[in-house]
Design a protein around this ligand. Structure first.
Ligand SMILES: Cc1cc2nc3c(=O)[nH]c(=O)nc-3n(C[C@H](O)[C@H](O)[C@H](O)COP(=O)(O)OP(=O)(O)OC[C@H]3O[C@@H](n4cnc5c(N)ncnc54)[C@H](O)[C@@H]3O)c2cc1C
Length: 411
């Protein structure tokens, strides 16, 4: 039997998904000793490193550039230069063009798997981050001075003590539960099908969001003139849609989306995800904070989930860097530090939740007064440069107060 080990760190991150890795990279060089624990081995990529296409905001691209992650991507992000939003069966649509705002692009599209591998490669370059992977946190308990974790890895169990525990352990967040933080949950009763589509027309760097009574359909521009597509269906229909042949799936997608992007000719592998909104009622507990999907899991329409989680990570890294610089005997997990994190996240978090959840719920409603108001709202939005600028800022991740790494805005 192996002797249990004990490891001590200032800051321990649990979860080496997209947000946990981004956090480790952003924290590197801050002066704190940092540990990162991920239950999947680098060879067996975590579930979040899959085929989904991620629309990264302009702000996220800028941050990932400054964190030296973008150069490690196998395929550079495909630019989004225009965004088109419409509601099937209703007049009015909104068209945003990057040139009008004026920027060279609103953001870019990457495959989650490729971003995940680039982040992992970058983490390996950070010599002040100790990585355990595969290693699974089995229990956690907070004391006055630190948090104790029991960690299981193939070689045996060991104990980790941290003065601050950062949970980026995903939607189910076992640590959120262990720390007794409750969540609110809304089931959208939708499944989202994700696949790559080929169309008869070039995508011209345009992202499309089309709302239907069944839920949203969206297209993201990808390399080689392909589209990353998502289509929501009622959860009760998910099994039947999974069983469709490729031709039948293309016909359904064409019917839901319409013909604006041309004729859809080919579809790749399909994956389906159940859609639920999950929001932690608190972001912190003694010596503990939540980030990314562990803090909030959003409907993917509006493409805000990782972008918001990355901003959680950027703020946490900035505040911890300031905390280290403040005093010689600084404590990364003291109550003041945690309250500064809450204060930094409250407004962005609420605005982004309202934006994403509002879109997901408003556009499925069928009552005629809602339809009339919605169509009028779309027309007003299209006619209002100020409202369009606000929408563009939200899409670019540049609304509200920004962490320092983003303050020098890229033009
Ligand atoms: C279909 C779809 C499309 C999306 N499109 C977009 C988009 O266009 N733009 C956008 O910004 N966002 C998008 N998102 C959201 C985005 O994918 C997520 O917000 C993001 O991946 C969350 O990353 P995370 O690191 O917080 O969580 P996760 O990816 O869930 O990572 C959590 C990690 O913690 C690890 N872990 C859990 N428990 C333990 C434990 N006990 N011990 C050790 N490790 C543990 C897990 O193995 C995992 O690797 C989309 C989501 C979906 C489903």
């Amino acid at each position: 039997m192996q002797e249990p080990e004990l490891a001590r760190f200032d800051v321990v991150i649990v979860g080496g998904g997209l947000v946990g890795c981004s956090l480790a990279i952003a924290l590197s060089g801050s002066g704190w000793s940092i540990g990162l624990i991920e239950q999947h081995s680098p060879e067996l990529a975590p579930p979040g490193f899959d085929d989904r296409n991620l629309a990264l905001s302009r702000a996220s691209l800028l941050a990932l550039q400054r964190l030296q992650v973008l150069p490690l991507l196998d395929t550079p992000p495909e630019s989004i230069n225009a965004i088109h939003v419409s509601r099937a069966g209703e007049p009015g649509n909104v068209h945003l063009s990057a040139a009008e705002h004026p920027v060279d692009r609103f953001g870019g599209v990457v495959v989650a798997r490729e971003l995940g591998h680039a982040l992992r490669r970058r983490v390996q370059q950070c010599t002040d981050v100790a990585v355990w992977s595969p290693a699974k946190v089995c229990s956690a308990s907070a004391g006055m001075e630190d948090v104790r974790l029991q960690v299981q890895r193939p070689q045996g169990a060991f104990t980790v003590e941290a003065r601050l525990l950062l949970a980026a352990d995903g939607s189910d967040s076992p640590l959120r539960q262990a720390m007794g933080i409750d969540e609110t949950v809304h089931d959208y009763a939708q499944h989202l099908f994700v696949s790559v589509l080929q169309a008869s027309r070039a995508h011209q760097q345009c992202a499309w969001e089309r709302f239907t009574e069944h839920g949203p359909v969206a297209l993201l521009p990808m390399a080689h003139d392909r589209f990353g597509s998502v289509m929501a269906v009622a959860s009760t229909d998910a099994e039947a849609v999974t069983a469709l042949s490729d031709d039948a799936y293309l016909a359904l997608f064409q019917q839901r989306f319409g013909w604006r992007a041309g004729r859809f000719t080919r579809v790749g592998k399909r994956s389906a995800y159940a859609m639920r909104l999950r929001v932690a009622k608190q972001l912190v507990a003694p010596r503990f904070a939540l980030l990314g999907n562990a803090a909030q899991t959003l409907h993917p329409i509006g493409a805000q989930g990782f972008n918001l989680g990355l901003r959680d990570a950027l703020w946490m890294a900035q505040l911890l860097g300031e905390q280290h610089a403040r005093q010689a005997q600084a404590d990364p997990g003291d109550a003041g530090m945690l309250q500064r994190y809450v204060a930094a996240r409250v407004e962005d978090r609420q605005r982004t939740l309202d934006f994403s959840d509002g879109m997901a719920r408003l556009f499925v409603r069928q009552a005629w007064p809602v339809r009339v108001l919605r169509a009028a709202g779309m027309m007003l939005l299209e006619a209002s440069p100020l409202a369009k600028r606000r929408l563009a800022e939200q899409a670019m991740g540049l609304a509200g107060r920004l962490p320092r790494i983003l303050q020098e805005r890229a033009q």
